[in-house]
Design a protein around this ligand. Sequence first.
Ligand SMILES: [Zn+2]
Length: 233
Amino acid sequence: MQLFQHGTLANLVPGLFNGTLSIHELLQHGDTGIGTLTGLDGELIILQGTVYQVNAQGVVRIVEADEMVPFANVHFADFTAAGAVDQVTDAQLRDTLAHKLVSLNVFSSVTLTGTFANVTTRAVAAQTRPYPSLKATAAAQSVFTRDTVTGTIIGYYSPKLFAGAAAPGFHLHFLSDDHQFGGHLLHADVLKADLQLQAFENLDLHLPINEPEFLKLDLDSDEIVSDIELAEK
Ligand SMILES: [Zn+2]
């Protein structure tokens, strides 16, 4: 079981938003996942080999094979059913999920399919060169809400130890069943959902070694992880 990751969240902190892997290549490494496009253009939700983008207008569309990602996580879905999650508030959700994981020391994927209330998502607007810092893109986010919606929460748990490469803890995206609503998940109360989990023994971290800007980046700043936590919480 392998988790593939292109780029790191740390690369995004100083503004390395240029896409460095095509969707076509990304899908060679998995059929399920999350990510973003060149310029930090929206939020990607990858389900059953189809890549959906939620853009800053809240529009959901299917992404083309030649579009590029600066950051994405994918894996081939081989989930294990982990029971029902019913009547769990957003405040309880991450703790509830953490208790179901095989271990807090292992990268895992999580999906919750069902009905959710008070769902809030965000999508970052496409940035243009010169790219701002990740923190500065907070002003360019759109926030979307639904009172009640059926859909899928898809994302990953990363051990805190690997903060910088990934967002520590849970990084979750959402797509509604009608494909009209989604984004990076900020808040959701679970009314009734089925949980599926998949733990990974391998992390295949793919870095953009042909990207001159990446090769020159100074990623040793102590602020990198705190800026990721601010941006991805
Ligand atoms: Zn996200």
